[in-house]
Design a protein around this ligand. Structure first.
Ligand SMILES: *Cc1c(COP(=O)(O)O)cnc(C)c1O
Length: 339
């Protein structure tokens, strides 16, 4: 058995021992299957390959100080995957089947869950694809749901490091009434061009404006956006953003910490008013942002002291992390202990 260097994990694909699969055939989901193979045998005319019938999820399991393994809010991911399935007409995986598969994938790959001290965690990737062959544009008759896992390193191995975002009005991630609110691969394909351009110029991600009017803040490529001012946590309300479970959790914790919470349209002009801004998602919880560059108007918005995350962001981050690692009581029933 190879010994993993937990400190040097990063975020890359890595094989674990097992993955879990479940087939939808003849109008119903089958039993969960355990596989040791990292490949699938797929019909070349599967709808996933041609017409983008693909949805995925991302969540994490953590090992606490006492060794206890906990999975964060997996029912929420299950429900969100159902929304994605409805959104692109795929067979819906039942919530219980989803959570059972996630639990099983974590349990069976227990040896890949990094020790508490490493700050690393186990990333869980459920996905659902249309496998039935079609060449006309219509939903498949057959689907495959899978869950695989891999250990990933801490997102900020050297501590919280704020980065810069860029606004480029030439690019959209999703249409106003399109698939932006579903976690489907197509949105990611659509945002890769702008994302690459942003990275080449030293930005960590694109901050998208609403695609219709370019007046309001939407979200980042793979993460939701929030700003903080006057002790208020403010996050955009939009038809085209993906409802982040991390964001949802941070809103709850912000209230716990005595902050006000607003989920509403956030006009571009408000960027100048924030004391702190950040991007949030499963990978990093919070990625603090020190600057936003409006490339179309050659204009910078700067936040904080340029080297550290803001006070509220740090508090929110620490609070959520403490719950995930079992250091603070789980008052909201967010964690599933793996026995
Ligand atoms: C997955 C995702 C997020 C973050 O969601 P979490 O549930 O917090 O991980 C944000 N935006 C997009 C576009 C995403 O796909």
């Amino acid at each position: 058995m190879e010994q993993l260097d937990w400190k040097k994990l990063g975020f890359g694909y890595r094989d674990a021992d097992y993955n879990i699969r479940c087939h939808y055939r003849d109008g119903k989901w089958g039993d969960l299957e355990v596989s040791t193979s990292n490949t699938i045998n797929l019909h070349m005319s599967a709808t996933a390959l041609h017409y983008g019938q693909e949805a995925f999820e991302g969540l994490k399991a953590f090992r606490g100080k006492d060794g206890t393994i906990r999975i964060f809010r997996m029912e929420e991911n299950a429900k969100r995957m159902q929304l994605s399935c409805d959104g692109i007409l795929m067979a819906k995986i039942p919530v219980e089947k989803f959570t059972e598969a996630v639990y099983k994938a974590v349990k069976m790959n227990e040896r890949f869950i990094p020790p508490y001290e490493s700050g690393a965690s186990l990333y869980i990737r459920p996905l659902l694809i249309g496998t039935g062959p079609e060449i006309g544009v219509k939903p498949a008759n057959e689907y495959l749901f899978m869950v695989f896992v891999m250990p990933v390193g801490p997102y900020f191995p050297e501590g919280f490091k704020p980065t810069n975002l860029v606004i480029m009005r030439k690019y959209d991630r999703a249409a106003p009434q399109g698939t932006g609110k579903f976690k489907v691969g197509g949105n990611y394909a659509a945002s890769m061009g702008a994302g690459k351009l942003a990275k080449e110029q030293g930005f960590s991600a694109v901050l998208y404006l609403d695609s219709k009017e370019k007046k309001y803040l939407d979200e980042c490529g793979p993460a939701n956006f929030f700003g903080i001012k006057n002790n208020t946590y403010i996050t955009p309300l939009s038809e085209s953003i993906l409802p982040s479970i991390t964001n949802k959790s941070l809103m709850v914790l912000a209230e716990e910490l005595g902050m006000k919470v607003e989920c509403r349209k956030v006009p571009y002009e408000e960027l100048i008013e924030f004391d702190e801004v950040g991007a949030c998602g499963t990978a990093a919880v919070i990625s603090p942002i020190k600057g936003i560059y409006d490339a179309d108007n050659d204009k910078w918005f700067k936040y904080g002291n340029q080297s550290d995350a803001g006070e509220c962001s740090v508090k929110l981050y620490n609070k959520l992390r403490a719950i995930q690692y079992g250091e603070e009581p789980d008052n909201f029933g967010w964690m599933t202990v793996v026995e």
